[in-house]
Design a protein around this ligand. Structure first.
Ligand code: AMP
Length: 548
């Protein structure tokens, strides 16, 4: 983005995004997408969905944002999802302790005592008012929602992924018990960030497009090979800048996991399609000490913007952590199975001792037999708890085994939609040299409207033709907007700023020869087209981007 363009100012003025609840003073970290922004967001989401479904074995989930405490205990969020905060004793502003230390170029270790000591030793003061800091505290990042007395609280999900993991078995059946497959979820995540800032960059309620790829650890391969037709900037954990294709990165062992390498390419192609400047995209590998507790390798896609490199997508190898933890905490079978060479194994089989049971329980024998067949070790009968041990016969048998259970591993590309929109606007706002007007050069597929239809002047005869054209284009399935207020120059400028790529203008020549002008947002060039050819011309422009 050109330095002088203030993204937030244009976004607010033009109804792309703006602070939520502003008539009541607003609240930091909460934003609305307005009439144009919500359409841009929707288009990006739809492109992502279309691209990911065309991978093949992909399904979608829509699960609640309110999440059970036990789910988050299993995932580790309940105990580990926090930041360290420091509060200024004078102005009460809260900061992330690691941000404060890092901003002074000092080494960051995510440890409370370390952060406390370094702030004391170096005499670090509040950057806002110069006041002294209180002690470093733990700041929990999840929003807790009370359910009422004697009930565990619920939590607003900090990511959409857990909904997918707890439903692994549902999807395993859906995919006829075959790996690999991926499950996506598009929805909101909630994090009580200490210092929400920079518009869409750090929100407390944000939009995620998450994809969990389930794989067999013995055959860790996605269904497609890493791309060979895009060169990507990789920044390794040894601070090396490499430029290579995902295929090369995988073959050279820079990215050890095939699906991880594949999804860097997928993300890159997606960014390119929605109009991010791919020269301002890099994939940065986490350093060993920065990896999340569950991950063995993570590559963040970062975009260069006016606030520096920002993480827009995390692509993490999560190992067997997620499904494994839910198996442990729920005591449910969330295993996958693989075929093995048929072989014999010894197995203990439990059998009811019918003679003893008949003798001791008479006509109640059936209940005891049922309990044993269910695998129970005790049963409640005639108000008494009875141990079943002495009524069970254990037999060692040999069985043929042709499959074994295992915990699937997960590779997760997690796309943060709001930051992608932030970067998209940053990369695509531009200023015209000749008059300084701002325009947004996003691809037509991402634009809130494909075209605007305008009568040149507010005259009844022009308006009538323009409205007919507008209605015809709507009927033909185009997302178009009609506007007859203000000078034509102002209308062009208004829709240029929100990225509408084509302007269709009805003038006095239209009344004579049934032609209109199509004006191009990026060049301001105009061509003349017959009304009858408008639909096919627009289709052609959308498909090819060519003008004539
Ligand atoms: P994470 O699970 O932390 O890797 O987050 C996944 C993606 O969500 C990141 O790459 C960001 O793009 C996005 N994200 C995370 N936290 C926030 C936030 N507070 N505000 C906006 N986007 C966020």
């Amino acid at each position: 983005m050109k330095d002088e363009i203030d993204q937030e100012e244009v976004a607010k003025r033009r109804g792309i995004y703006f602070p939520a609840f502003s008539i009541y003073g607003g609240s930091s970290g909460l934003f609305d997408y307005g009439p144009y922004g919500s359409l841009i967001k929707d288009n990006i989401q739809n492109i992502w969905k279309e691209m990911i479904f065309s991978e093949g074995p992909v399904a979608m989930l829509d699960s609640p944002a309110l999440t059970l405490q036990n789910v988050l205990k299993a995932s580790g969020h309940y105990d580990r999802f926090f930041d360290y905060s420091v509060q200024c004793k004078s102005c009460n502003t809260k900061f992330r302790a690691d941000d404060i230390v890092e901003s002074l170029g000092l080494k960051v270790i995510l440890d409370r005592d370390y952060l406390n000591n370094i702030i004391r030793e170096k005499g670090i003061k509040c950057p806002k008012c110069g006041g002294e800091f209180d002690d470093v505290r733990i700041h929990k990042l999840m929003f807790q929602v009370d359910q009422g007395e004697n009930m565990d609280p619920l939590f607003l999900r900090p990511e959409t992924a857990q909904g997918i993991f707890v439903n692994f078995k549902e999807f395993y059946r859906f995919f006829r018990e075959k790996l690999p497959f991926a499950v996506i979820q598009i929805g909101r995540g909630y994090r009580n960030e200490i210092s929400p800032r920079r518009g869409l960059y750090r929100l407390r309620e944000f939009n995620m497009m998450e994809c969990e790829v389930f794989l067999d650890p013995k055959d860790e391969k996605w269904v497609k090979e890493p791309y060979d037709d895009v060169k990507i900037h990789y920044l390794t954990n040894k601070d090396e800048d490499l430029f290579m294709t995902p295929k090369e990165a995988y073959e050279k062992g820079i990215i050890k996991s095939q699906p991880l390498a594949y999804f860097t390419g997928f993300a890159f192609k997606f960014y390119s399609r929605i109009g991010l400047d791919v020269n301002k995209i890099r994939f940065r590998q986490h350093k060993k000490e920065d990896l999340s507790h569950y991950s063995s390798d993570t590559w963040d896609a970062e975009a260069l913007t006016d606030i520096g490199w920002i993480e827009i997508t995390g692509i993490a190898h999560r190992g067997t952590y997620d499904v494994g933890r839910h198996i442990e905490y729920s005591a449910r079978d969330l295993y996958a199975q693989r075929l093995v060479e048929p072989h014999k194994e010894k197995k203990i089989e439990l059998e009811p001792n019918f003679k003893e049971i008949k003798r001791d329980f008479g006509d109640k024998a059936g209940e005891i037999i049922k309990a044993i067949n269910n695998g129970n070790s005790t049963v409640f009968l005639n108000n008494k708890q009875i141990s079943l041990e002495k009524y069970i016969i254990r037999k060692e048998v040999e069985v043929t085994v042709d499959r074994e259970s295992f915990v699937p591993i997960v590779v997760e590309p997690s796309f943060g939609l709001d930051r992608i929109i932030y970067a998209l606007l940053d990369h695509n706002f531009d200023k015209r040299e000749e008059n300084g007007y701002v325009y947004l050069k996003i691809p037509p597929q991402v634009s809130p409207f494909v075209a605007g239809v305008y009568p040149l002047f507010p005259k009844e005869d022009l308006e009538k033709v323009a409205k007919d054209i507008y209605q015809k284009l709507l009927n033909d399935g185009f997302k178009v907007i009609y506007d007859d207020s203000g000078s034509i120059g102002k209308r062009y400028a208004r829709y240029d700023e929100v990225g509408v790529p084509f302007g269709i203008t009805v003038d006095y020549d239209t009344l004579k020869d049934s032609t209109v002008t199509i004006r191009f947002r990026d060049t301001t060039e105009q061509i003349r087209v017959s009304i009858n050819d408008l639909t096919s011309k627009l289709r052609e422009l959308l498909w090819t981007g060519k003008k004539n």
